[in-house]
Design a protein around this ligand. Structure first.
Ligand code: MCN
Length: 788
């Protein structure tokens, strides 16, 4: 790789932001097409009910209503009409998920009918005129209760509500390790269910052109090509080349806009029926009911420790709530993105995990920032905190003693993954220095003497991201490739357009990807444009999730740019009448070795490549290159996060005093963007630890269906983060980068909960399930004092 250091690694400001902060960003809901009509969706008020009849006549008669459709209409139209699952496991139950309910509803918010009207208000008014006769049926929301005998079944195909039963690791060896252990700690926990809450709710604008039989679908997508593929294969039955999916500004996703939902198919199908553009934008309440939720595990976990304080075994049983239907990648989240991460940063010789994926009458659960890896980190890091407490060792020292040492990489865990590189002690050491650990412990002791309860919590996390390589994820069940594509096109004037199969929705690719291309091509950063998010413009690509875009998409750009440089070298050699081997390339210019005044710029070369009057034999005109990059492994960022909290034991209120994070994401393309990603990630993980939680009642009614009931963290509740990093480059991609998009979220929940438990240690409190609301903490203190 050419090594000029001009722009790669620089903290330049995001080029995306001027448009966004001046209101010039174009979101799906900003788009208006001629003859456009608006959709509103009638949703089930019941978690489980038989639909006895639907009468749409009054709604249809309302002035301004164009059409009303139900599941029967979809079935009668002859399209497949289902939402597919994109990940298969052995013996996975895959009950059909119709785009509009047929016969039964299985969660509050399931789509039952759609109204199309001349304006949005009329469409919503008409919903109230649809008469649906439901026969309510018993429902279950809790994954553990759902697998008990007699629980109401969500699907006939899975009478016990078990979608899959999966295990990883060596059970017998792990049981044997526990039998020999000097100490065993065990933990029952509930990883709270989260609602994703992207800034822009999901939306779709479908424009079917009957003359060309082509559908153009603008939608809030993290991966337009995946959406096109699934729409073609399973929902609409339209040929793939007759569908164009465009992701305008997406307004955040955090995983929730990866999946194929019923709504984009309903809206597209409605446009096909009417031959008119149809737009739908979810209300915030619809978002709470229908955006795929995250987490929701019920887990029993145990750690076996020998007499020297070495961890010798880890055993986990998890009931993972999948909701009423399998969302696109739902089966992967509590299995391959969870069970395989249970080694954490530690050399644990024996690990066994058993995961039961459970249907319940709730919103489907799928990837939410971190997806599986925060759940794994939470289990491992809570156990490490409890283990240290049990054996009376400092929690930092207990972790240090059990880290995989730097000379053991690549490290093969007992749960399938091979970590590529790491220096866990380096990150811990830096974090301890940053937080001034010894003094902090002294302050904590002093505060306790004064009746103040300060706690210090650690999270030493590892994640597998940069989702790829295709062969591996395919062998595990993905119905998707996991490479990424890039076309680097140098125009005759030397300006550059890069087409990337990644699809940003807040991550700043237009900035960082331009930095990569500009660096390697040696052109001005301003001369590089990045294009993503349109299936008719951009070659096939798998999109943005699993913190894969820098490691996989960025690498594809790097390889394509390098191919351009190499082609340019042949042309330059010809122009300079020198041998190709004698040509050197640096900072955008080709030189003859030893004769630095004999040079041509890459812009000169580009023009000649297009004019094509004077090209060396065998060289095609034009200057561009395409790469489909499929890496050798995942990437493995890691780090140490330390939270410092104070608990008001009179009220149960938790205050986050300090937050220190030392992350290692390999080489950094743009430090400012990396810090921004970590900031946002930490806020989301703190949200899970202290504030957020989706709550259903006994009948699976959603109680937290608005921002009045579901508490997102506010800036005023968060401290200024203290960030630093170590750099352990990824050994197997050309940029040496690891992902950063989820790191903060993966680490922070465990750090904060560990800190609160540390603060409450004098009360003998070992665990409280997040969110650690004042009420829960207060009750736990009361119970510990015998007042419960
Ligand atoms: N980057 C870098 N140096 C590195 C690694 C990354 O400069 N060593 C830059 C990248 O070039 C990119 C950004 O950091 O601009 C994030 O890169 P990466 O970690 O590859 O993650 P992705 O771009 O694939 O984004 C996905 C990730 C995920 S999985 C979730 S969830 C998430 C996240 O990104 N959702 C987000 N960050 C988000 N940020 C915003 N604003 N909105 C969301 O919905």
């Amino acid at each position: 790789m050419t090594t000029t250091t001009r722009i790669l690694g620089k903290a330049i400001r995001r080029r995306e932001d001027p448009a966004l902060v001046t209101g010039r960003g174009k979101y799906t809901d900003d788009l208006r097409l001629p003859n456009m009509v608006y959709a509103a969706i009638l949703r089930s008020p019941y978690a489980h009910a038989r639909i006895k009849s639907i009468d749409t006549s009054k709604a249809k008669a309302l002035d301004g209503v164009v059409a009303v459709f139900t599941g029967e209409d979809v079935a009668a139209s002859g399209i497949p009409g289902v939402v597919p699952v994109g990940w298969l496991l052995p013996n996975l139950k895959t009950p059909a998920h119709p785009i509009l309910a047929q016969g039964k509803v299985r969660h509050v918010g399931e789509a039952v009918a759609v109204v199309i009207a001349n304006d949005r208000y009329t469409a919503h008014d008409a919903l109230e005129l649809i008469e649906v006769e439901y026969e309510p049926l018993p429902a279950v929301a809790d994954p553990y209760k759902a697998v008990q005998p007699g629980a109401p079944a969500v699907h006939d195909e899975a009478p016990d509500n078990v979608a899959f039963d999966w295990e990883i690791g060596d059970k017998a060896a792990t049981d044997a390790a526990f039998a020999q252990a000097a100490h065993v700690v065990s933990l029952d926990l509930r990883n709270n269910r989260l609602a994703p809450n992207a800034m822009e709710t999901r939306g779709a604008l479908a424009d079917f052109d009957p003359a060309n039989e082509k559908l153009t679908l603008y939608m809030t997508s993290q991966n337009p090509h995946i959406h096109r593929l699934l729409m073609s294969l399973a929902s609409l039955g339209l040929p793939e080349h007759k569908i164009r999916v465009i992701a305008p500004e997406v307004g955040g996703g955090f995983g929730s806009k990866i999946h194929h939902y019923p709504e984009e198919a309903i809206i597209s199908w409605a446009s096909m029926q009417l031959g008119r553009p149809v737009k739908w934008q979810a209300t915030r309440s619809e978002a709470f009911m229908t955006d795929a939720h995250g987490r929701d595990h019920v887990t029993h976990a145990e750690l076996a420790i020998d007499a020297d304080g070495k961890v010798i075994g880890l055993r986990v049983e998890t009931y993972a709530n999948l909701g009423a239907y399998l969302s696109t990648f739902a089966p992967a989240v509590p299995t391959y993105l969870y069970g395989t991460l249970l080694s954490g940063e530690y050399e644990i010789p024996n690990i066994y995990a058993h995961v039961v994926g459970v249907f319940t009458h709730t919103t489907p659960v799928d990837a939410y920032r971190g997806a599986g890896r925060p759940e794994a980190t939470f289990v491992v890091e809570r156990l490490m905190a409890l283990g240290a407490r049990k054996i009376g060792m400092d929690p930092a020292e207990f972790r240090r003693r059990n880290f995989i040492p730097p000379d053991k990489f690549p490290y093969q865990t007992p749960v399938a993954l091979q970590y590529d590189s790491g220096n866990y002690e380096g990150a811990l050491k830096k974090a301890l220095e940053l937080v001034d650990y010894e003094n902090l412990r002294a302050e904590q002791a002093k505060a306790r003497e004064q009746g103040r309860y300060i706690g210090i919590g650690f999270s030493c996390y590892i994640e597998a991201c940069g989702l790829a390589p295709s062969a591996v994820v395919g062998s595990l069940g993905a119905q998707a490739g996991q490479w990424e594509s890039a076309v680097v096109r140098v125009h005759p004037t030397g300006k550059v357009t890069v087409y990337s199969g990644s699809s940003a929705h807040g991550q700043g690719h237009k900035t960082t990807f331009a930095q990569i291309a500009a660096e390697i091509l040696g052109v001005n950063y301003e001369d590089v444009e990045i294009v993503e998010g349109d299936t008719d413009t951009v070659q096939y690509g798998w999109g943005t999730y699993g913190s894969r875009s820098a490691a996989v998409g960025g690498s594809a750009i790097a390889v394509s740019a390098q191919k351009v440089v190499e082609k340019g070298k042949k042309i330059a050699a010809h122009l300079l009448e020198a041998a190709e081997d004698d040509i050197e390339f640096d900072a955008g210019a080709y030189f003859v070795k030893g004769a630095p005044d004999k040079s041509v710029t890459i812009q000169d070369v580009a023009l000649q490549a297009y004019l094509a009057h004077n090209l060396p034999p065998g060289i095609e005109p034009a200057l561009e290159a395409t790469t489909f990059y499929d890496p050798a492994n995942f990437v493995y960022p890691f780090g140490t996060h330390i939270a410092v909290v104070e608990v008001d034991t009179d009220t149960g209120q938790v205050k986050l005093l300090r937050y220190v994070a030392v992350d290692d994401v390999g080489n950094v393309i743009n430090p400012m963007i990396v810090e921004g990603q970590i900031h946002g990630g930490i806020a989301q993980g703190v949200g899970q630890a202290l504030f957020e939680g989706v709550v259903y009642d006994e009948n699976a009614n959603l109680l937290t269906g608005s921002l009045m009931d579901y508490a997102l963290p506010k800036a005023s509740q968060l401290p200024s983060y203290e960030l630093d990093r170590t750099v352990t480059p990824c050994p197997h991609n050309p940029l040496g980068v690891k992902g950063v998009g989820e790191a903060g979220t993966i680490a922070s929940t465990a750090a904060v909960v560990n800190a609160v438990m540390d603060a409450l240690a004098p009360f003998g409190i070992e665990h409280i399930d997040p969110p650690l609301t004042a009420e829960k903490v207060w009750r736990a203190i009361q119970a510990a004092q015998g007042n419960g």
